[in-house]
Design a protein around this ligand. Structure first.
Ligand code: PEP
Ligand code: MG
Length: 838
């Protein structure tokens, strides 16, 4: 004999009942609140999670108690009620209790056709979900014999007639739903939505509101805001003579609509009641709800209410409006918007409602969407831009020479690379949609073709849409939604600034970046990478002359010509940032990155420098390194060829004096990259101090400056104490630090990263999500040793992780002063930081 589940525990949803979300689930709680608001909700009973679990474990539910509430011949629906709506749960079962006797009554009251349709639907759902019969056996065709056929099939397959006892039907439905929740697929699905594997399920049993009958009867949904924009707008449908979401031939629009009849016109008074119910829900549930309702002979019943589904932009608009109307607090408004959802507002976005021809998926490296003709070289991208034709730069991977082409393109697509590959970093900086590591596409730059996995071949000039928000490449043009940097967005972020307690700066190299940083209200520039400033055509030639200089004097002459250009760069940044801190990182990359890589390029260079091709080739060869990322770059170059840093320091100081004279005084921050020993800092500092003194004398001006060190080698983290003696600030370059801690090339990791993540070797791509266990420990060690040596040292992160909510949480907990991230990630960072502070 099976034990009975303890049904003494179930509770009718009356206003005073003790219903808790953790025990009865969100739906039970929500329905009880509607009842408390005196809204017309059909009689409802909630089963707590422990009862549902006991049923799943094999205990037979005792339905006598339920029958005592609903009467012996009950007709009810059963809905799932987990703790959070997004955790899903088994689908609703309607009309439990339907049998021959109820069917006969319904024929009397509502006619044979309607009665047959309800019974047929229940027999089918019961047969498939409870008796586990093959769904293909049943047809949805409501022919005159359909009900008879379904009942006969049921008997043939199960060797018993369709159960007539409402209590037995209910017990079986409850058991099938309780068991479905424990199944492996359901577990995986809810885990993917953030639910614990062992999350329990509550159930609600509700008296059926039939939705059929004489006069205006049917079912529908209504919501009061637009799901895409979040602005007030009544949307939904009403389906006459129908239950649940079943299609109906008598569908009405809700409000007046030129396309057809509406509920508003059919029964204005009833419509006004629904609107009033909606307003009551919104105010008391403190949320925009979608209400599911049934109308039986002109009388509305509310059978369910769920949070309105919403896009990122709608989430912002709804949260701000609710807070401005005093319905929720500002803090609640902040918490109701997922920081990452903000990226959607900053860029064009593929309209999810439009048609899409999906070609391939890659790594979503920089958000936003754009449509353009595909081109395969930087110069073709520039030519295309000159013709005002939007283009998408398609490369196997990008190199610094492609930056010009990236500037000219509306999006970038590469076959190789990961989250911190060259293309990804530059594109994020430029706010350009970008997909990298799109290995499904075969890019053939020589033929100028792209082959898609389905065999289609695309040629230069064909139109693609790149959706860098979700990593999808589409053939042809897609419908777009515009960015939404409106009042709501600004208001929400201002509220975020009022509560957050960690600074947010931007990584910005160009005036455009700096303007974006200002637009998103970054508190300064945390990293200006200066090397990108040398890829302009004129400067590249000068740079190459400097590299090829035979004597220090020749080098000095080339650098002297670069000086005013750099000074202009810094002046522009200082002007745009108007007194906010600007941290300029001295030159970092290996020199060979500025040299041509192919024969044609070398020939052009020989011509430009007026040197023999053989010499140019030899010198280029000599500068080539086996592992350039671990070679002559960063401070190593600064120590070996100090004139470059001298020139940059001079340009910074002269620009700072200039900024002061124009009324926006600035304390420039000068940062040294790739340090691994304190002595490197000492050497560079001594020279920069000398430059500062010279500039003070020459310009007859006083200024101060701050020296910083990038902590991006493991040794620098370990020796941070000693280094901090020479530095005002330490900024963790977590891109290089991750690369060096793992011994993993950031440009090549894309080849195996997905395999590593799939097999669980790494939980996440560490270039994307900060590895708090390994790299994070180095951050903690570096920060504590730095602070112990120098209490007022400023500590920050300026690697790509700086814009990641998880990394921000880590940096905040570790007491960092600020994080610096790509300008387009600043809004996400501001909101995420606020979430952690609330
Ligand atoms: C870093 O290494 O984290 C960093 C910010 O520098 P870059 O990405 O320019 O090497
Ligand atoms: Mg670095």
């Amino acid at each position: 004999m099976q034990k009975h589940a303890d049904f003494a525990e179930f509770t009718e949803l009356v206003p005073t009942a003790a219903i808790r979300t953790e025990r009865h689930g969100w739906r039970a709680k929500c329905l009880q609140r509607l009842i408390r608001l005196d809204l017309p909700v059909p009689q409802t009973v909630a089963l707590p999670t422990e009862t549902v679990r006991a049923i799943a474990a094999g205990q037979m539910p005792d339905t006598a108690g339920i029958a005592a509430i609903f009467g012996p011949d009950f007709l009810v629906s059963v809905r799932s009620s987990p703790e959070k709506p997004e955790w899903g749960g088994p689908g609703t079962v309607l009309n439990v209790g339907m049998n021959d006797a109820v069917h006969a009554q319904l024929i009397e009251s509502h006619g044979k056709e309607a009665a047959d349709a309800l019974y047929l639907r229940f027999v089918q759902i019961y047969a498939v979900n409870v008796a586990r019969l093959d769904p293909d056996m049943f047809h949805d065709d409501p022919g005159p014999k359909a009900l008879e056929t379904a009942l006969a099939l049921y008997r043939a397959e199960t060797d018993e007639p369709f159960p007539q006892s409402p209590a037995r039907q209910l017990a079986e439905v409850l058991r099938s739903m309780a068991r479905a929740w424990e199944g492996t697929t359901a577990r995986l699905l809810r885990q993917a939505k953030g639910a614990p594997a062992e999350a329990p399920l509550g159930l609600v049993i509700q008296r059926m509101a039939l939705g059929i009958g004489p006069g205006l009867s049917g079912s529908g949904e209504i919501q009061f805001v637009d799901s895409v924009t979040g602005l007030p707008r009544i949307t939904g449908r009403f389906r006459g003579q129908s239950q649940g979401r079943k299609a109906s031939e008598e569908t009405l629009y809700l409000v007046h609509d030129p396309r057809g009849a509406s509920l508003e016109e059919a029964d204005p008074a009833l419509f006004a009641r629904l609107v009033e119910y909606g307003a009551r829900c919104r105010e008391h549930l403190r949320e925009e709800m979608q209400i599911e309702f049934t109308i039986e002979s002109g009388a509305p019943m509310l059978i369910d209410a769920v949070r309105v589904r919403r896009s990122g932009r709608a989430a912002v608009r709804i949260a701000v409006t609710l807070a401005e109307e005093g319905i929720i607090s500002r803090e609640d408004a902040l918490l109701r918007v997922e920081p990452r959802a903000l990226t959607e507002l900053l860029h064009y976005q593929v309209d999810p409602r439009g048609a899409q021809d999906l070609l391939a998926r890659g790594i979503a490296a920089s958000p936003g969407a754009a449509t353009g003709r595909i081109v395969f070289t930087a110069s073709d991208a520039q030519a295309s831009a000159a013709r005002d034709e939007p283009c998408i730069l398609v490369r196997r991977e990008t190199v610094p020479e492609d930056v010009r082409g990236m500037h000219a393109a509306v999006a970038v697509l590469t076959e190789r690379g990961g989250m911190t590959s060259h293309a990804a970093v530059i594109a994020r900086g430029l706010g350009l949609p970008c997909i990298v590591g799109c290995a499904d596409l075969a890019v053939n730059p020589r033929d100028r073709t792209v082959t898609a996995p389905d065999g289609r071949i695309f040629r230069e000039g064909d139109v693609f849409t790149v959706d860098g928000t979700n990593g999808t490449v589409l053939a042809g043009a897609a419908e777009m939604l515009e960015p939404a940097l409106d009042d709501g967005f600004r208001t929400l972020l201002r509220w975020a600034d009022n509560v957050r307690d960690i600074g947010i700066r931007a990584n910005a190299d160009t005036p455009d970046d700096a303007r974006t940083a200002r637009m998103f209200e970054a508190e300064g520039i945390g990293l200006a990478r200066t090397e990108h400033m040398f890829f302009d055509d004129d400067r590249l030639t000068l740079m190459r002359e400097m590299i090829f200089a035979d004597t220090p004097n020749d080098r000095r002459i080339a650098l002297e010509r670069l000086l005013p250009m750099q000074r202009a760069d810094f002046t522009a940044l200082f002007e745009i940032m108007a007194g906010l801190p600007v941290c300029i990182r001295l030159f970092d990359p290996p020199l060979h990155e500025f040299l041509p890589h192919d024969r044609e390029g070398m020939r052009e260079l020989a011509e430009a420098l007026d040197r023999p091709l053989s010499e140019v080739t030899r010198r280029c060869e000599a500068l080539r390194e086996f592992n350039p990322m671990l070679g002559m770059r960063g401070v190593r170059l600064g120590v070996t060829v100090p004139e470059i840093y001298d020139m940059q320091a001079r340009a910074i100081f002269e620009a700072a004096v200039e900024a002061g004279r124009r009324g926006a005084p600035i304390v420039p921050e000068v940062m040294i990259p790739l340090v691994s020993a304190a002595r490197e800092v000492e050497i560079v500092k001594t020279r920069i101090d000398a430059v500062a003194s010279a500039v003070r004398t020459e310009m007859k001006a006083e200024f101060t400056w701050r020296l910083g060190v990038m902590v991006e080698t493991p040794r620098a983290a370990l020796r941070a104490g000693e280094i901090a003696h020479h530095a005002h600030f330490l900024s963790f370059g977590t891109n290089d630090l991750t690369q060096m801690t793992y011994g993993l090339s950031r440009d090549d990791a894309g080849r195996f990263m997905s395999t590593y993540v799939k097999q669980g070797v790494y939980a996440e791509d560490p270039f994307h999500i900060l590895d708090v266990e390994g790299v994070g420990e180095l951050l903690l060690i570096g920060a504590s040793r730095g602070r112990a040596a120098r209490r007022d040292v400023t500590i920050s992160v300026c690697g790509e992780h700086g814009g990641n909510p998880e990394s921000i949480a880590f940096c905040r907990a570790a007491g960092f002063d600020y994080v610096s991230c790509s300008p387009f990630r600043v809004p996400v960072a501001r909101l995420a930081a606020a979430h952690f502070a609330i």
